[in-house]
Ligand binder design. Structure first.
Ligand SMILES: [Ca+2]
Ligand SMILES: [Ca+2]
Length: 367
């Protein structure tokens, strides 16, 4: 066991766990690395706690990709899949594995002792195969149909880890007519999108979010352009699940986009009343502003999942103010698998259930 200090939040409280908690936090999913620098960089652990506390609605996310295999860590959250390339129900024959990996980043079931944990806790994945069977390339017509389907079936978020189209007027029109948000990756060549004008990444469609990617040291390594790329996120060493259910580190902006799509789903699950425009504005406003990334991403935006979820919670009227300060914590002690006790310096004791998110004071009242 490594000696690490992990920050987490209970009832909006910033706590600092000692190393004795590291093996158990944040969840029991065995293939999450401990520590997992990429998730810590975007404050994902704290974001899980915020969802335990505030998330109410379950949000559908369409994954326009190679299909999504219904592996054990995803099966229970998959709904209403369709193959828009073959016009049939073979959405699960994901031979390439790209869509399964993307889906696992968005919403792999947390705390189920299997695989990993995705960003969003209350989410359903809608597999939308748009790829040519057995190939890593997609049909833009199938992507158009998938967007129209999402509009007709009230799917508020689409993850589109696709790029490289030279011209897609019909897709741009379909997205403009869609009430939700489409999250696109920026692409992987490390080129300026002003020079390499991939569509619809450069079309500035209001309800798209274009996601670039960095390594763990926050160096941009992928396609960029502050005029087009809305936000950056980790893109190297993201742990994903393949169609065999095996976890492995994966790289590319294809896996940055679902970090953002999962965040949007989590925000909506906390405040389902947010419009797409409000959601996008809130996400970008809550992002860290990193001067070194200003030439790559709009305002140097870098994903902060926890800040985005706090903004969503506050917009729904929840109070995210800590009930006691981080420096008032004396120690934290695990109680069984899913609960822990917090002892404060002024001799108060709290118990938190990590599954329900409920916190009890010493007098047993649920808070
Ligand atoms: Ca298929
Ligand atoms: Ca899991």
């Amino acid at each position: 066991m490594k000696n690490i200090t992990r920050s987490f939040t209970a009832l909006g409280v910033a706590l600092t766990a000692t190393h004795t908690l590291a093996a158990q936090f944040p969840y029991n999913d065995p293939d999450i690395p401990k520590p997992y620098a990429q998730y810590e960089q975007i404050n994902a652990y704290e974001a899980w706690e915020l969802q335990d506390q505030f998330a109410t609605d379950t949000i559908k996310v369409g994954v326009t990709d190679t299909g999504v295999k219904d592996i054990a860590d995803l099966a229970e959250i998959i709904r209403d899949g369709y193959d828009f390339f073959n016009f049939d129900d073979t959405w699960s024959d994901d031979e390439i594995g790209h869509g399964t990996k993307v889906a696992s980043v968005i919403g792999a079931v947390a705390n189920n002792e299997i695989g990993i944990a995705g960003i969003a806790r209350k989410v359903k994945i809608v597999p939308m195969q748009i790829a040519i069977p057995g190939k890593n390339s997609v049909a833009s017509g199938a992507q158009v149909d998938a967007v129209i389907y999402a509009e007709q079936n009230q799917i508020p978020i689409i993850n589109a880890s696709t790029y490289g189209y030279l011209e897609v007027p019909y897709l741009v029109d379909a997205i403009k007519n869609y009430y939700g948000l489409v999250v696109f990756c920026a692409g992987n060549e490390g080129t300026d999108l002003n020079v390499e004008p991939y569509h619809p990444q450069v079309d500035k469609v209001p309800n798209t979010i274009i996601v670039g990617g960095t390594d763990i040291d926050l160096n941009n390594r992928y396609n960029y352009g502050a005029e087009f790329v809305d936000i950056g996120a980790p893109a190297r060493g993201i742990i994903t699940l393949n169609p065999q259910g095996t976890a492995a580190p994966t790289s590319g902006t294809s896996f940055s986009a679902p970090l953002v799509a999962g965040t949007l789903a989590a925000m909506l699950s906390i405040n389902p009343k947010l419009t797409s425009a409000e959601l996008k504005e809130m996400l970008l406003k809550s992002a860290k502003k990193i001067p070194a990334l200003e030439t790559y991403y709009r305002n140097g935006n870098f994903l902060d999942v926890s800040a985005a979820l706090k903004a969503a919670a506050e917009s729904a009227g929840y109070n995210t103010t800590p009930i006691f300060a981080e420096n008032s914590i004396e120690r934290v002690k695990p109680v069984g698998l899913n609960r822990f006790s917090v002892f404060t310096k002024d001799n108060k004791v709290f118990v938190k259930d990590r599954v329900s998110g409920k916190v009890w004071g010493l007098n047993g009242n649920s808070m």
